[in-house]
Design a binder for this molecule. Structure first.
Ligand SMILES: [Zn+2]
Ligand SMILES: [Zn+2]
Length: 391
């Protein structure tokens, strides 16, 4: 069963966007290095008659269309960056840049939004649309860079929409689900500073190793025992450093543990930050040693609001038919810095089905490839969002 309607975009347009998608796939660029990609995007937007702003947040591009008398404005966002990994697909259009690969489908996201911009340049609506081509989604802070560069001052908007491809979801179906989609993603480091000593004379020192061991047990207990079981949170210790295997008669003075903390809720997020520090300080105090705690907030959670989610669903029905609407999916603890837009104005982030995944073809897998068969559905949905928002 497929929800694809043949009239969504012409076969010529589909072929053109597929060729461009494969060209971008052959020439992947990492975050903030998307010079070739953003240049292609900007030129095509200009050729289609959009007002184009280049260089926002480094390599970001914004294409603006204003029509009619409506004063409502929306942003539609795609990401352009690739990942630092080596492709093994063996496809004729596989990456020609060793160590760089479009393994998350941002090549597909870029051409679908570009196709929608070109289509809407020819169609009527009333209001303003900013087509946002964001750099550096994969952990390098491209969304934040665009906001720091004054995105919301220069392009004030009333709502924000984002789309990501989904493997193993029916081809051309779209999930628009209210509530948490992707988690906040923060990093923490705890360094215990004790007094180093001879391994045979532990009583002469204060062991940072012991502190680290106690902390490791307690930090993983925060989610289990302190966070409301009906709320979602993750704390994982992911790195640890202390001592020297060449000196197994030395109790080291320092031990450092670091990890990640994730949640869907700002209250839970703040709680995790405080709890990590409290446990570290409590253990240090009990052992009579010092401790440094560092906690860095990364991206915020992507949480879909009711009103734009309703618009997104109407757009799916309008573009693809009611059968294509998916209303329930499980959220995941990965992140997407679409939240830089979606946390400042009401937002909705949807998932576009690409059909069954091939072996090793999951996101960030070395055998991943975007499915060009879902381009028409993506373009049609973006256009329908504009038509539903700016009638
Ligand atoms: Zn990714
Ligand atoms: Zn992605």
């Amino acid at each position: 069963m497929t929800a694809l309607k043949p009239q969504m975009i012409s076969p010529d347009t589909h072929a053109d966007l597929t060729a461009l998608r494969r060209d971008l796939h052959t020439h992947p660029e990492l975050g903030f290095e998307e010079h070739r990609t953003s240049n292609i995007v900007a030129r095509r937007l200009e050729a289609a008659g959009l007002e184009v702003t280049r260089g926002l947040g480094g390599t970001g591009v914004v294409g603006t269309l204003r029509k009619g008398t409506g004063n409502r404005a929306i942003l539609l966002r795609a990401d352009m960056d690739a990942l630092a990994m080596t492709e093994v697909t063996g496809l004729p259009y596989a990456s020609q840049s060793p160590g760089k690969m479009h393994a998350c489908g941002h090549d597909g996201h870029t051409v679908m939004l570009l196709g929608a911009a070109e289509a809407m340049a020819q169609r009527d609506f009333s209001g303003t649309v900013h087509f946002v081509f964001q750099p550096a989604e994969e952990g390098r802070g491209g969304g934040a860079a665009m906001v720091r560069d004054g995105f919301f001052d220069r392009f004030p908007v009333d709502a924000a929409y984002g789309l990501h491809n989904a493997v193993d979801m029916p081809l051309g179906h779209i999930a628009a689900v209210e509530g948490p989609q992707l988690a906040s993603s923060d990093r923490w480091w705890v360094t215990f500073r004790g007094i180093g000593t001879h391994g045979a004379k532990p009583h002469n020192g204060r062991s940072a190793m012991t502190a680290a061991g106690l902390f490791l047990a307690q930090v993983h207990n925060i989610v289990a025992q302190e966070v409301n079981p009906l709320k979602t949170a993750v704390i994982s210790a992911c790195a640890m450093q202390a001592g020297d295997f060449e000196a197994l008669n030395v109790v080291p003075a320092e031990a450092t543990i670091g990890g990640t903390a994730r949640s869907y809720d700002e209250g839970v997020r703040t709680y995790l930050e405080e709890a990590i520090a409290r446990h570290a300080q409590g253990i240090a105090a009990s052992l009579g040693i010092a401790v440094d705690v560092r906690y860095t907030r990364g991206i915020s959670a992507v949480v879909n609001e009711a009103a734009p989610t309703e618009v997104a669903r109407r757009a799916i029905t309008r573009a693809l038919g009611e059968d294509a609407v998916i209303t329930a999916i499980d959220p995941v603890m990965a992140g997407d810095d679409f939240s830089e837009f979606g946390m400042r104005v009401p937002g909705c982030y949807v998932h576009l089905g690409m059909g069954p995944m091939r072996p090793g073809g999951q996101h960030h897998g070395t055998n991943y490839d975007f499915n060009d068969a879902c381009i028409p559905a993506g373009v049609a949905w973006w256009c329908a969002v504009v038509e539903e928002e700016l009638r």
